[in-house]
Ligand binder design. Sequence first.
Ligand SMILES: O=P(O)(O)O[C@H]1O[C@H](CO)[C@@H](O)[C@H]1O
Length: 320
Amino acid sequence: MCSRDCCSNPRGKAGDKSAINDPADSTIVPTAQSQLYPYEVIQEIADFIVKGSGIRPKIGIICGSGLGSLADIIQDAKVFEYEKIPNFPVSTVEGHAGRLVVGTLEGANVMAMQGRFHFYEGYPLAKCSMPVRVMKLCGVEYLFATNAAGGINPKYAVGDIMLMHDHVNMLGFAGNSPLQGPNDPRFGPRFPALVNSYNRDLINKAIEISKIMGIESNIHVGVYSCLGGPTYETIAELKALRMMGVDAVGMSTVHEVITARHCDMKVFAFSLITNKCSIEYSDKKDDEANHEEVMAVAKNRQKACCELVSRLIAEIQKGS
Ligand SMILES: O=P(O)(O)O[C@H]1O[C@H](CO)[C@@H](O)[C@H]1O
């Protein structure tokens, strides 16, 4: 466990000027990624994982809410509890176990986060997406980011999978970015472009795989939007998002994708649609999203999600 209380306690100590220069103290330096987690600190975490596992992973997987089983299929797994990784935050959300699993899948070296970090947990975005930089320095070339999301597109059904081909970054609209603060060019450029963030070849391969799996009618390609949470959206917000071209909504992933693209990783991401977001006013209780339903649907669909991920990794392996 980190000796600094920044990792276990994302708040507090406001006004403590003596800590202003502590680069890893998120309570004082709110969002600057390079200040919160300088290159050297990320390198130390990466070395800890690579040495501890004896593996240099090529593919990094982030398991969404209730999708932790994506890490359970990893072979020869070496498991690191987040609490035991130096300078790592802890998971606080149900359905996010808080373990890093390193091993092999379809012959590829992989590392999977069984539990991600969300803004609403009180972590700055820089901290939420810090593990993506750790992945990069471990050797990861491909990020697979998964999430549970509410379907706004009326054509989407619960249990469908939306392959992300773009996003609307609502937190970014509000002036919040994981890349805020001084840029460290060892990770990437000051002004990264985000068009083509979601790798087109991987999306096409996933569509082909969905045909082989016989689930192509449950597959969509769409736009995800990340809101700050932890509240689910109002009807007015959902209507606004729909008008903006958003198909699915959640509270994660976008800051991870931004961090991955900044350091030039290839990105594949999908949303499991765990609930339908009605954009009509109604007093039906059924229309209200809740985390238990999100988790239950994710559990039901984990087999299909695992197969999709495994098959896609096998395709990447074939090409390398
Ligand atoms: O995005 P993931 O981590 O899958 O989780 C989603 O599910 C939770 C809400 O039920 C939120 O954390 C939302 O972002």
